[in-house]
Design a protein around this ligand. Structure first.
Ligand code: ANZ
Length: 844
């Protein structure tokens, strides 16, 4: 039998799609639209399995929606600014631009080999002037709306990449890309005022019904709304410091107050800056990161001042004031009142510096003499040792009641705080979007005038200098605006800015005057389905939600707050890990196996240890190159396999056997195809059976449901069942039309998953006009089902009947069924209970 030649078939269809621009969409507002978006890849040079999975999932959806008659926008572009280009260029003496463009062209051709239904006419790249010129305009627009500002700030400094990191980019105290321990540094930076939208970003989550709950929870925690109050503490010991304000969520624990702590950068630090002991303390603080996680796990250290704070509810009590490393400068007021009995950080601090631990909350099951000893008690209970606050229920009653008292006494007031910080967007890097700002001689800020935009990145550049290369190009830096000498801003924008609006640009990739057109946005936005990795749950998704709000503010042509209606987070692609006897990672390409039990290194037959299954990563060398897979097994087999094993939201385990069995399955489908063609050719006069019609509809129904529910792995199971059924049915002498009609439907249903194969087979039966088939529910309903027959509640048999039979008809059938009837014979039937299509129970 003729084998399926995937190479020529896939090449043929990819050429056809390209030459007919099969997937380029025009905005046709009479048609219902579907905007399907996947990850915005960084052009690192090669696609990896994560891309293959992400784009395959998206492509299945895009093709399905197209077949359903939607006008589908399924675009692709490149998130092409960023450090790797600069680093690679520095190492290899290249230009970041050329490096990036070469990578893009490589990856584009790799993606095309996957057979994705992408509208390549809309391809965009963030490092192109065509893109970043609009971003500069947006920056200035936000500047006018006071959503961009500049301030001196302590920043997270990545000493390896020599750049500032946003809080979100610091993971476990380390830079998200370099992995270097992050330091604190004071710099003048540009910020997006994301915190202006804290409440709105929180409220918006409620409306995102098609987002995974876990992502919404992560964002909610990140925004971190806290209800509490601010309290003004009177200070003694130095006449220059009159009072210190603290934010607290637990004012009800004020009688447990035993120290006050401020951040090392608090304004009172100015009085200590010459004290060598304080300088030493500050240095120690800089070594522990600035993030909350780093502080939570790190050692708590303090510096005792000569100041004392007065307890506002008990003015005879004075407690010492400390600088402490666990107090954050940019949360609340950078100062906390310490209550060691009921806060773990305070507890650790008090233990270290021998401060009093006064218990003021007892759990319900303890009495008045309860004392905190080994760790802080943070649970519910009742207030004790708190004079007139005693007996209040903690937390609800006690907090509100205390705030009321503090407000009456005018020492405090209700306050809501958000954890969300403004987004620092300045990067001391060359390969990014230039910030369209200049400074005059006094250092005052000026916008680059409209007619001088875009601010182009200079192409001639020496990357080998320390710090930001743009600082070293005088002819680029020094400019004149309206006859006045100015110096350009040399910081460039965080690349997350570029990816905060790319989905808008896809709607109007060629619009010259603005980043998008009103008409296009009205039609296409919001994105109907976004598919991405969970790693974007906070950063990218929150920034994009902010950007929509920021751009929409006072904007006549756009008014949207949520960019993504539906979000789907896919799992990782995983693989076994291998190590040799010297503990070096070994790549799967270098390993051979004997019966799947013994593993040996291919070149020298040295035994290999098989390690745990982990998500594919270069560092563990457990990656598989998609390009090789596609050329050995074909794009359809790769797509089929990547969808087959687990649901798209779960991790998938890549294995050699897996891909080769997908390959074999496609061969089997091809054999089935040849059989269909042969049988169609026989031109039988009469159908011998109607099974095929019913089966096809049933099958289509399942596939449709699985497509709708993102249960793509189940579709692969449906295909296997279909094959097993059809290969038996095919030779049952069906009429040509019956065969063609049903086979066409089946081939269309294969289209989202294995498009090349499907197209080829459709062409062989001369079918071009293809739409998602209607399901004939009536045919399915006529089906035979099993009904349980019980006698006095005990199962006595199964009865095959048509669906929806009447009770009388069921009785007639039972009478003819000896095996079941013997239980009823000679007995009086007192009652029967019939549940349609399920069960009949006779009481005798
Ligand atoms: C006194 C107190 C007593 C507190 C107690 C807690 C328990 P969330 O819920 O995260 O908003 N805090 C305030 N400003 C801070 C800063 N700049 N750096 C570090 N911690 C700060 O946390 C609010 C609580 O965190 C506040 O309530 C304050 O400690 C602390 F038994 O005040 B609490």
């Amino acid at each position: 039998m003729e084998r399926y030649n995937f190479k020529s078939v896939e090449k043929k269809w990819q050429k056809e799609w390209e030459s007919t621009k099969a997937f380029s969409v025009q905005t046709d507002i009479s048609k219902k639209k579907f905007y399907c978006l996947e990850m915005f890849p960084y052009p690192s040079g090669k696609i990896h399995m994560g891309h293959v999975r992400n784009y395959t999932i998206g492509d299945v959806l895009a093709r399905y929606k197209t077949l359903q008659g939607f006008n589908v926008l399924h675009p692709m572009g490149w998130d092409s600014f960023g450090m790797p280009a600069e680093n690679a260029a520095k190492q290899n003496n290249l230009s970041p631009k050329n490096w990036t463009e070469t990578n893009i062209s490589n990856m584009r051709s790799q993606l095309k080999k996957l057979g994705l239904s992408i509208d390549w006419d809309r391809e965009i790249s963030t490092c192109s002037e065509q893109y970043y010129k609009h971003q500069q305009k947006f920056f200035l627009e936000l500047f006018d709306k006071k959503l961009v500002y500049r301030k001196e700030n302590y920043v997270n400094w990545d000493p390896v990449d020599e750049t500032v990191l946003a809080n979100e980019q610091v993971i476990d105290g380390k830079g998200w890309r370099s992995g270097a321990v992050v330091e604190r540094k004071k710099l003048s930076q540009w910020f997006f005022n994301i915190s202006e939208f804290s409440q709105d970003l929180l409220d918006g989550l409620e409306k995102l019904k098609n987002w995974p709950n876990k992502v919404k929870t992560m964002q909610k925690n990140w925004i971190g709304k806290s209800f509490g109050c601010e309290i003004d503490f009177k200070i003694e010991g130095d006449t220059r410091v009159k009072n210190i304000k603290c934010f607290t969520t637990r004012p009800d624990t004020l009688f447990g107050f035993s120290f006050l702590a401020v951040s090392a950068d608090h304004e009172i630090s100015q009085y200590y800056k010459k004290d060598p002991k304080f300088i030493e303390f500050k240095e120690q603080c800089s070594k522990t990161g600035t993030t909350e996680e780093a502080i939570a796990v790190g050692e708590k250290i303090g510096f005792k001042t000569n100041l004392y704070a007065i307890n506002p509810l008990s003015p005879s009590e004075r407690v010492p004031v400390y600088f402490a490393n666990f107090v954050l400068m940019d949360y609340g007021f950078g100062a906390v009142f310490g209550c060691p009995a009921h806060d773990q950080r305070d507890f650790e601090f008090a233990k270290k510096y021998n401060l009093e631990i006064k218990t003021v909350v007892r759990p319900e099951n303890e009495n008045e003499s309860f004392k905190v000893t080994s760790e802080a008690y943070t649970g519910e209970g009742t207030l004790i040792n708190s004079k007139y606050l005693n007996n209040l229920k903690v937390p609800d009653q006690s907090i509100l009641e205390t705030i009321k008292i503090l407000e009456e006494k005018k020492i405090g007031s209700k306050k809501i705080n958000f954890r969300l910080k403004d987004w620092g967007v300045s990067r001391q890097r060359y390969w990014g979007c230039p910030i369209p700002i200049a400074y005059d001689e006094n250092g005052d800020v000026h916008k680059i005038p409209e007619e001088m935009l875009p601010v182009k990145l200079p192409e001639k550049i020496n990357l080998k200098v320390k710090g930001n290369p743009l600082d070293h190009i005088d002819e680029w830096k020094n400019i004149e605006i309206n006859g006045k000498k100015m110096i350009r801003e040399t910081d460039t924008l965080d690349t997350f800015v570029c990816s905060s609006w790319y989905f808008l640009r896809f709607c109007s990739p060629n619009e010259e005057n603005y980043g998008f057109s009103e008409e296009d946005i009205k039609y296409w936005m919001p994105v109907d389905q976004y598919i991405g990795g969970i790693e974007h749950a906070i950063l990218h998704l929150l920034y994009s939600r902010f950007f929509m709000r920021a751009i929409s503010k006072n904007n006549k042509i756009i008014n949207l707050s949520e960019p993504f209606n539906g979000l789907f987070t896919q799992g990782m692609v995983c693989h076994e890990t291998y190590k040799d006897n010297k503990n070096n990672w070994i790549s799967p390409d270098e390993v051979q196996t004997i019966n799947g039990k013994k593993f040996l290194k291919k070149d020298n037959s040295i035994p290999i240890k098989v390690g745990p299954i982990e998500s594919m990563s270069k560092s563990k060398k457990n990656t598989i190159d998609p390009e090789n897979i596609i050329s050995n097994y074909g794009a359809d087999a790769a797509r089929l396999f990547i969808l087959s094993d687990s649901p798209p939201e779960k991790d998938v385990l890549w294995s050699e056997e897996g891909i080769s069995s997908s390959y074999k399955f496609i061969q089997k489908l091809w054999n089935l195809n040849l059989k269909f063609i042969e049988e169609i050719g026989k031109n039988h006069k009469q159908d011998s059976d109607d099974e095929i019609e019913r089966y096809t509809n049933k099958f289509l129904k399942k596939v449709t449901e699985n497509l709708e529910g993102f249960s793509y792995n189940k579709i692969i199971a449906n295909l296997h069942e279909m094959y097993s059924f059809m290969i038996k049915q095919i030779s049952k002498n069906y009429k040509k039309n019956t065969l063609k009609k049903n086979y066409k439907k089946i081939l269309i249903s294969l289209q989202p998953v294995i498009p090349h194969f499907s197209n080829e087979c459709l062409e062989l039966i001369n079918e071009k006009d293809i739409n998602w088939p209607e399901i004939d529910e009536n045919i399915i309903r006529e089906e035979v089902i099993n009904i349980v027959v019980q006698v006095n509640g005990k199962k006595r048999g199964l009865l095959k009947t048509k669906i929806d039979e009447t009770e009388k008809k069921i009785m007639d059938i039972i009478k003819k069924d000896e095996k079941i009837y013997k239980y009823l014979n000679n007995n009086e039937i007192k009652k029967s209970i019939y549940i349609k299509n399920k069960l009949i129970n006779f009481i005798i």
